[in-house]
Design a protein around this ligand. Structure first.
Ligand code: TRP
Length: 461
């Protein structure tokens, strides 16, 4: 390979890119919904414990494997833990490929709602519009779905095409501050609403009698998804980190930011929902409900400054999604670059196009297309989209995560991992011994619990 390997220009650039990968539809779309389903408080507390006890140690593990080897998922695991572990990397690449294929479709919906809200802001929210029907019409409109997902795929490819510094890092540096600013504006507006107090109590007041055991596993499963763990994405991003930077500090910052943003998004959404009489009963039913059915109308009827915040909110969703899709595509592309010696520009277009073929399948899952809309492999999941989502969330991420944890905890020596995590830049709160205990025992047992639960029929998608 003649090309020089890319590197982040600075520690802040890397942290922003990795935080952008972590913050995505998982924070804005999935977390508020599962918090709702699991009755808030106690679930949130369990989630925080999972993030700290499992998510954070695995985040450090993935980053250290990447930086140590300076290779993407497949090569990195091979070199760090042994040749057979390359298969785990390949499993991760496949997982990134599959997740990207349907994640792009949801990202496309945010474009649709952006355009809609711009229209409503300009000429008023149409009286009597049923937003549930609107959602149904847009997902089943095949040409529209194809166009939006194609648009989003092109955006993703365009970023990754320019590489680590000029593509990924540059976009993350530009978009994350915008994303934070929009969230702060929305939070201020939401906290002024009458339902804010009730929302905060719902989210932060634990009542353990309302949490079912499966909620614990759901919290654990989501901590993987939201931190982009289990598929080598953080190994890949880690491989571009310079030597003189503390991995521990970076991991801590990424995990903290991701968690804060998930909580802020939840406070915003619940404040709105609790402010509207009867809304609390209507929400739920589906994950899309909150983001694409309840909220659009509420911006125009309830939220202070909603006519401005409405379109901004869907920009936020789109930006959060893009900083995640570019990281997913990077997992696949960097594998092709590193392991097959293909040059980045060509590799990006190739991978992006290959993924898009499957995006088409996901995009048409809600139209009347035989097979794509009827496929039924998993119970209660109909169509290509739901099948892919179920397979990734329930099977690929937990098994990949378990394997990565074992690779780092049991197939790398103490010296190998310690030299990456501990140096003069390591913050005082970090204890290598505690980390090693968590990565060898706590994390694998916890993740194995998810895998066993899935085998016994629990659904995390
Ligand atoms: N963390 C992303 C979110 O919360 C989703 C995700 C999971 C992801 N694994 C990833 C994104 C790998 C990029 C890379 O929406």
């Amino acid at each position: 390979m003649t090309e020089q390997r890319g590197n982040w220009t600075s520690s802040a650039g890397f942290v922003l890119a990795a935080t952008g990968s972590a913050i995505g539809l998982g924070n804005l779309w999935k977390f508020p919904f599962i918090t709702w389903e699991n009755n808030g408080g106690a679930f949130v507390l369990v989630y925080l414990v999972c993030i700290a006890a499992v998510g954070l140690p695995i985040m450090m593990a993935e980053l250290l494997v990447g930086r140590k080897t300076q290779k993407s998922a497949v090569g990195a695991l091979k070199e760090a833990a042994g040749p057979a572990w390359g298969l785990v990397g390949l499993w991760g690449v496949l997982c990134g490929f599959t997740l990207l294929s349907y994640y792009t479709v949801i990202a496309g919906w945010s474009l649709f709602y952006f355009v809609q809200t711009i229209g409503w802001t300009a000429s008023g929210f149409p009286a009597g519009l049923a937003t549930g029907d609107l959602f149904g019409e847009q997902v089943s409109n095949a040409p529209l779905q194809l166009m939006m997902s194609l648009g989003f795929s092109i955006a993703t490819v365009s970023v990754v095409y320019f590489g680590v510094q000029r593509g990924i890092e540059r976009i993350a540096r530009l978009f994350l501050p915008i994303l934070f600013a929009i969230l702060v504006l929305m939070l201020v507006s939401a906290l002024g609403m009458s339902g804010a107090g009730e929302a905060i109590a719902f989210i932060f007041r634990p009542s353990f009698s309302e949490l079912e055991p499966v909620g614990v596993l759901e919290a654990l499963g989501h901590s993987f998804f939201t931190l982009s763990l289990g598929m080598g994405a953080m190994i890949t991003y880690g491989s571009y980190i310079a030597r003189n930077q503390s991995l521990v500090k970076a991991a801590g910052t990424i995990v903290l930011l991701d968690t804060v943003i998930a909580l802020v998004a939840t406070v915003i959404m619940f404040s709105v929902i609790f402010s509207v009489a009867g809304m609390a009963e209507q929400v739920g039913g589906s994950t899309v409900g909150m983001l694409f059915i309840s909220l659009p109308e509420l911006f125009y009827t309830e939220v202070p400054f909603g006519i401005i915040l409405g379109p901004l909110f869907y920009v936020l969703v789109a930006l959060a999604a893009l900083t995640s899709t570019m990281s997913l595509l990077e997992v696949v592309t960097s594998y092709v670059i590193d392991e097959h010696g293909i040059e980045r520009h060509k590799a990006t277009v190739m991978c992006g196009s290959a993924v898009f073929v499957f995006t088409i399948f996901a995009a048409l899952s809600f139209s009347d297309v035989p097979f794509l809309s009827t496929l039924a492999v998993f119970e209660g999941k109909t169509g290509w989209f739901e099948t892919a989502d179920h397979f990734v969330s329930n099977w690929m991420l937990p098994t990949g995560g378990l394997a990565i944890t074992i690779a780092v905890g049991w197939f790398m020596t103490r010296e190998q991992s310690e030299s990456e995590l501990v140096d003069e830049t390591t913050p005082g709160w970090f204890s290598y011994g505690v980390w090693r205990f968590f990565i060898r025992y706590v994390a694998p047992v916890a993740v194995a619990a998810i895998v066993i639960a899935v085998l016994r029929g629990t659904d995390f998608s």
